[in-house]
Design a protein around this ligand. Structure first.
Ligand SMILES: Cc1ncc(COP(=O)(O)O)c(C=O)c1O
Length: 304
């Protein structure tokens, strides 16, 4: 920084661009007391999420286990639908998971590495993304890291240098958790697809704060979650799988929520559901379904 830069006065704050959004602040008790700048770790809790949480406990008290069949499975379906709407996906392309790490590791077991055994990753990304493939190195998978030149951004051309005919996928994020830099996802998708590789996007730092259309960005897999910019709290991740890839997705980890006839309780056979919910595992965190549903409503009302 030069002397003239350091002595420059702070700029005048810009006029509020969307005054109609200010009433939303009143919905967040935390914002009444604090200037809150850490949604990248935990989004603030709104009055409507709290009201929905009370609704969850009321339903539990009133219905007991019947809540599962009569109410909660529908609530889960509504959250999937809201997420699909938010990212421009179709309902059968989305699923829920308990957290992003679980979602990633499920997808990672479903890919075929027999002829494509390397994965291209970025050193700027949240580490849980790379861990999914680092633990598979003993199975013969190679992790290739793209190195940021300045710890702020990674030019798409650097991905191009690492991707070849043996690349299974590029796995990176839209917004780097380290710097806030927003990658050109479409450019990275084109690089992957040119070589027949897939693109997986960890969108945890993007969903809810920047518009997303998975079709326009040509994304194959997207994982994200509700505790940051979706203001929904911990315990819920969201997954998108491109329609055409669904039949190929046969993870080697499974749970009864992913079974085609879940309530037939078949012990001796497993059949994947036809849609993206084939990746779902066990009992979800229903309190977060409620709080996240309200967070998603708010983002859908306002727009990302
Ligand atoms: C980009 C990104 N991905 C993943 C995670 C962690 O996801 P989870 O704890 O749901 O596995 C974080 C957490 O901060 C993150 O910023």
């Amino acid at each position: 920084m030069t002397t003239s830069e350091s002595s420059r006065p702070y700029p005048t704050p810009p006029a509020v661009e969307h005054p109609e959004l200010l009433p939303y602040r009143a919905e967040f008790p935390l914002l009444q007391k604090k200037t809150y700048l850490n949604s990248c770790s935990l989004g603030a809790l709104s009055q409507r999420s709290m009201a929905r949480l009370h609704e969850f406990t009321d339903v539990w008290n009133e219905w007991g286990a019947r809540a599962w069949y009569d109410i909660w499975l529908d609530e889960i379906a509504r959250v999937r639908q809201k997420f699909a709407t938010l990212i421009g996906a179709q309902l059968h392309e989305v699923a829920i998971a308990p957290n992003v790490s679980t979602a990633l590791s499920t997808i990672a077991t479903a890919l075929d590495y027999s002829t494509r055994n390397n994965v291209v990753l970025a050193d700027m990304d949240f580490p849980t993304l790379a861990y999914q493939w680092l633990v598979k190195e003993r199975l013969g998978i190679t992790c290739r890291f793209v190195e940021s030149p300045d710890r702020v951004y990674t030019p798409p051309e650097l991905f191009e240098r690492e991707v070849d005919e043996q690349t299974a996928l590029i796995a990176t994020s839209r917004v780097f958790f380290t710097s806030g830099y927003i990658q050109d996802v479409r450019a990275v998708a084109d690089i992957a697809h040119k070589r027949g590789a897939y693109l997986l996007i960890d969108d945890y730092q993007g969903t809810g704060q920047i518009p997303m259309n998975v079709t326009a960005q040509d994304i194959d897999f997207l994982v994200t979650g509700t505790l940051k910019w979706l203001m929904g709290g911990p315990g819920l991740a969201l997954v998108y799988i491109r329609e055409g890839l669904l039949p190929l997705m046969q993870p080697t980890v499974a749970g009864w929520f992913g079974h085609r006839e879940q309530f037939e309780f078949k012990t001796r056979e497993f059949a994947f559901r036809p849609d993206a919910t084939r990746l779902e595992m066990g009992t979800p965190s229903v309190p977060t379904i409620y709080t996240a549903s309200a967070g998603l409503d708010m983002v859908l009302e306002i727009g990302a």
